[in-house]
Design a protein. Structure first.
Length: 77
């Protein structure tokens, strides 16, 4: 359903897949961090959260590049 909406909206499917991956990683990292916090492993929980943020940032670079390029193209020269 989401793919059909993206096609109808003329959105590149690569960006949609990337966003869905980012959402999945965020949920998995949060779940892992909560489990380790429940086990009184606060330091490990913070490392899991940091790893999740780094992975999300690395996946988001292509999307951020397109957004920056679009903003620069909209600005008058």
């Amino acid at each position: 359903m989401v793919e059909r909406i993206a096609v109808n909206s003329n959105i590149n499917l690569m960006y949609l897949e990337t966003i869905l991956k980012i959402i999945g990683i965020a949920y998995i990292a949060e779940f892992g961090a909560q489990i380790t916090k429940d086990a009184d492993q606060g330091a490990l929980a913070s490392k899991i959260e940091l790893a999740g943020k780094i992975i999300i940032l690395s996946l988001a670079i292509p999307i951020l590049t397109v957004v920056i390029e679009t903003v620069l193209n909209l600005m008058p020269k």
